[in-house]
Design a protein around this ligand. Structure first.
Ligand SMILES: [Zn+2]
Length: 78
């Protein structure tokens, strides 16, 4: 069976990344965390791995334990 496989983005937390910025101004040193949209997954939190063929869902999950896969025949998400 053919599956479209997606996995959680490893580069961010739910599509957002936190970057620490800082510097020195008249009040002294400052640091701030800025949230921005993740570039790896375009803010979706999920990355498309590709289309692969597996005999069963168990085989797919053995390769991608944390994946979301859509069965292209049944259109079912697993
Ligand atoms: Zn991401």
């Amino acid at each position: 069976m053919e599956y479209d496989i997606h996995i959680e983005c490893a580069a961010c937390d739910c599509g957002m990344t936190e970057t620490q910025v800082g510097g020195v101004n008249a009040n002294g040193q400052w640091t701030e965390y800025r949230e921005s949209k993740c570039h790896e997954c375009d803010g979706s939190g999920i990355v498309y791995v590709g289309r692969e063929v597996y005999d069963s869902l168990a085989d797919l999950k053995a390769d991608y334990p944390e994946s979301f896969a859509q069965n292209l025949v049944t259109k079912e998400w697993n």
